[in-house]
Design a binder for this molecule. Sequence first.
Ligand code: IPE
Ligand code: IPE
Ligand code: MG
Length: 240
Amino acid sequence: MEKNELKHLAIIMDGNGRWAQKQGKKRSYGHKAGVGALERIALHAVDIGVQCLSVYAFSTDNFKRSKEEVDYLMKLFVDSFHSTNNKFDNRGIKVVFSGVTDNLPDDVVESMKTIIEKTKDNQNGVLNICLNYGGQEEIIRASERYHKDLNSGKIKMEEMNRDKFYEYMDNNLPPIDLMIRTGGERRLSNFMLYQMMYAEIYFIDTYFPDFNEKELDDIIDNYYDVDRRFGGINEKERNS
Ligand code: IPE
Ligand code: IPE
Ligand code: MG
C-alpha cells in the first residue's frame, strides 16, 4: 500500500497553562514556552515536506479568559511575530492567518501585516496561524462571501459544491489530513470544522510546550499507514 499523502497538518496547541502550573509557575510562562515549541515544530514540518501547517493560537472564545491572560497573549503575539519573522522567512515559509482582526489590538494587527507581507512570496510551505479564530465563524464568513458572489453573478448556485466551498474559506487551504491535539482533551473546540471532514485525529496527553519533533515524526509515521477510506472500501475488501 502506498503511504498516505500529508498535505495539510493541523495542531491544536493546548496545555500551555497546565504545563506551567504543574511547575508552580504562572500560565504566561507556559504560553511563552509554547511559542518556542511552535517555532521548532513549524520549522521541522517544512523540513519534512509538509506543505501546509495550521495551528490554533487563539480562539474567539479565548477572550473569555482574564484580562491579564488575554493582554499577555496579545503582547506575546506581537513580540513573537517580530522575532520569528526572519526565522520563518529564511526557511521560505509563507505565513498567513485565519480569523478576524476586528477586535484585536492595533499592534497585533500591524505585526500580522508585517509578517504576511514579508513572507508572501515564499514557496517552501504555508504556516496558517488561526488567531481570533472560530471554525463555525469561518463557515459563516465563507457563506457571506459566497452570497456576495451569487448576488453579483460571479458564481451560479449550481456551481457550488463541497470542494468549491473551500475557495470561500479564509485562506483556501486544502482539507486537513492529520490533526493533532496536545494537552489531553478530546474535543475540537471549534477548530477548522469544515476542513476536518476526513482528518485522522490524534489526541495526545503531552502538553504543547513539551511536544517535540520526535513525537510528531512518530505520529506521522503511524498516519502514513492508516487505511483512509473516505467512505469507500479498500482494495483488499473490494476483491474479497
Ligand atoms: C493553549 O493552552 C493556548 C491558548 C489557548 C492560547 P491553554 O492556555 O488552553 O492551556 P491549558 O489548556 O489551560 O493548560
Ligand atoms: C483551544 O483550546 C484553543 C487553542 C488551543 C488556541 P482551549 O483550551 O481554549 O479549549 P477548551 O476550552 O479546553 O475547549
Ligand atoms: Mg486549553
